[in-house]
Design a protein around this ligand. Structure first.
Ligand SMILES: [Zn+2]
Length: 323
């Protein structure tokens, strides 16, 4: 077991940097607490829904005959302990595995509750990204809201027991989970979990009824790769899952994969066009945000449109961004 050490370079995340938009104001946000019972979304596969509470992820459980896999922990040690309790209830003494869809705080920063109670498994890039950025994200999220700070109190960045590269399969007895490295996309080290060729956990590569979360926080974190993300969504469509569990928002189907791919593709093309015309990042962000809000009227969190534009803008000329 390794515990990631704070990186000195991660001490000053981007929200206050000159010329960058501030993070959304979350001071009045509800407490980011995982609540409710697991709901069976497919044979042996359960989700505690996020109920659209900010910074609560969809938490997954795959209950096999011989072991149980937990997917994502919630934000901080108290949520992690609650998710562990729920896992134990479902497992009835069977051994536990824990994995996370990506290293972000609300998905993985409850992992310390699982230390010694589950076999923790990440891909190697996830472990590295957690070590590199974990401390900076604690600082950023703590500063966003007292409710977030309260959940992060006492958090310890928790590394894996096992790492893998590329792809790993966990046989849970009657159910199989395939863990696949997908980054860089939403983060440098996203991971999908594909259960029985039927249920796909995508992490924040998808959110239902929301503009995709594009964590472009220069200079602290600029690893989001919109072109790579679009490629991954094509890979997801090729898997043709019957059930799609996004990082946030309602459990759904492949329609969401198409919708998000269309949106990211639109941002990529529009940004490339405006950039080539000499628009500044600010001007491109303003124009595209206005247009996107008019097109995707049922989606929450328009805040992320501008960050998507900035991420694409800085990624460079369209040759690189073409998929
Ligand atoms: Zn998330």
């Amino acid at each position: 077991m390794t515990t990631a050490q704070p990186s000195p370079g991660a001490a000053h995340p981007g929200p206050a940097a000159a010329g960058q938009p501030a993070l959304p104001d979350q001071r009045d946000a509800p407490a980011p607490v995982v609540r409710g019972d697991p709901v069976e979304v497919s044979d042996g596969v359960f989700v505690i829904p996020d109920n659209r509470v900010p910074l609560v992820p969809n938490v997954g459980f795959v209950v096999g005959d011989t072991a149980v896999l937990v997917i994502d922990t919630g934000l901080g040690p108290r949520n992690g302990a609650h998710v562990l309790d729920q896992a134990r209830r479902l497992a009835g003494g069977r051994p536990l595995y824990l994995t996370t869809t990506h290293f972000h705080p609300e998905h993985g920063f409850g992992a310390q509750a699982f230390r010694g109670a589950a076999t923790i498994m990440y891909n190697a890039a996830q472990r590295a990204e957690l070590r590199r950025k974990g401390a900076g994200y604690i600082e950023m999220f703590t500063g966003m809201s007292p409710a977030y700070a309260a959940e992060l109190e006492g958090v310890e960045l928790t590394g894996p027991d096992i790492t893998y590269d590329g792809r790993a399969e966990i046989d849970l007895g009657g159910h199989t989970a395939v863990l696949q490295s997908r980054g860089p996309a939403h983060t440098a080290s996203d991971q999908s979990i594909h259960v029985d060729g039927r249920v796909l956990f995508t992490g924040d590569l998808l959110e239902t009824r929301s503009f995709p979360i594009v964590p472009y926080f220069p200079p602290f974190d600029t690893d989001v790769d919109v072109a790579g993300w679009i490629t991954v969504l094509g890979q997801f469509l090729a898997l043709d899952p019957a059930v799609v569990v996004p990082g946030h928002g309602e459990v759904t189907d492949t329609t969401l994969i198409r919708d998000v791919r269309d949106y990211l593709d639109y941002v990529l093309r529009q940004t490339a066009r405006l950039r080539a015309d000499g628009a500044s990042p600010d001007d491109a962000a303003t124009a595209i945000e206005k247009d996107a809000r008019a097109r995707w009227t049922t989606w929450d969190s328009p805040y992320w449109i501008g960050l998507a534009v900035r991420a694409v803008y800085q990624a460079g000329p369209p040759e690189r961004a073409t998929t």
